[in-house]
Write a protein that binds this ligand. Structure first.
Ligand SMILES: [Zn+2]
Length: 242
């Protein structure tokens, strides 16, 4: 006879005999049994966690890095070789910094699939998001106004014929022979709603976005595209090289 039916019989008998001390004793024995079951369930859960950890021992380990002031914690996820997207390879931006990208011949080969592409002929990376093509490379950020190069787009008309010496930026989509990399003034990342400084960020603050949108010009869109691509590449370079 098992514990449940045995206990049920005892309860019925004790109820019938109005035996209160017996009912109390049965209750105590059930409680003791429950406590043992609870200990067993805890052991089972612990066991399951150990098994899970064993099974996923190959997963990348997350790393928690404490900031210098001790209150900001960053989590760095270590990449595994198996996570590298098939058909991509390391493209070196400097001698030591590389990002993984899929090399293609032209901008028209860039697909909208979340993969970073690289067009070697112009040394530009490219992605497509929401049908918007972003392209570029990591440029220089000038911290003073000392003769910045490739910060403004070349608007020479008729079309600039001396792109080897011209200090304005020539977009490889417009100038097939160009491999210029767009550079920036550091103000490009500073929001400046009054539009007095060239190249500074003029759109993106929610409190002014309804009015700022009315002043947006094509140059603001092309500047933002270039800056965004620069930032995306910086992000990927940081993640993939640390
Ligand atoms: Zn030019």
């Amino acid at each position: 006879m098992n514990f449940i039916s045995e206990t049920q019989n005892k309860i019925t008998e004790a109820q019938h005999n109005k035996n209160l001390p017996m009912l109390r004793k049965i209750k105590q024995s059930i409680e003791e049994k429950l406590e043992r079951i609870s200990i067993t369930i805890n052991s089972l859960n612990t066991l399951q966690r150990i098994i899970d950890n064993e099974l996923f021992v190959e997963r990348p380990r997350d790393e928690i890095v404490e900031d210098y002031d001790g209150w900001l914690k960053l989590i760095k996820r270590k990449r595994m070789t198996s996570e590298i997207i098939p058909g991509t390879k390391k493209i070196y931006i400097t001698n030591s910094i590389a990002v993984n990208a899929r090399e293609v011949a032209t901008f028209s080969d860039v697909k909208q699939d979340g993969v970073l592409y690289y067009i070697a002929s112009c040394n530009h990376f490219a992605i497509v998001i929401n049908n918007i093509l972003l392209h570029g490379n990591i440029g220089t950020i000038y911290t003073n106004d000392n003769k910045p190069k490739y910060v403004k787009s070349c608007t020479t008309t008729p079309k600039c014929s001396r792109i080897d010496t011209c200090t304005f930026y020539h977009d490889p989509l417009e100038f097939v022979e160009s491999s210029d990399v767009r550079n920036f003034v550091n103000g490009a990342w500073i929001y400046n709603s009054d539009k007095t400084k060239y190249g500074w960020r003029r759109f993106g603050s929610l409190d002014n976005i309804d009015t700022d949108i009315m002043g947006v010009k094509p140059i603001d869109i092309s500047d933002t595209k270039a800056r965004t691509m620069h930032d995306i590449l910086c992000l990927i370079a940081m993640i993939e090289n640390t």
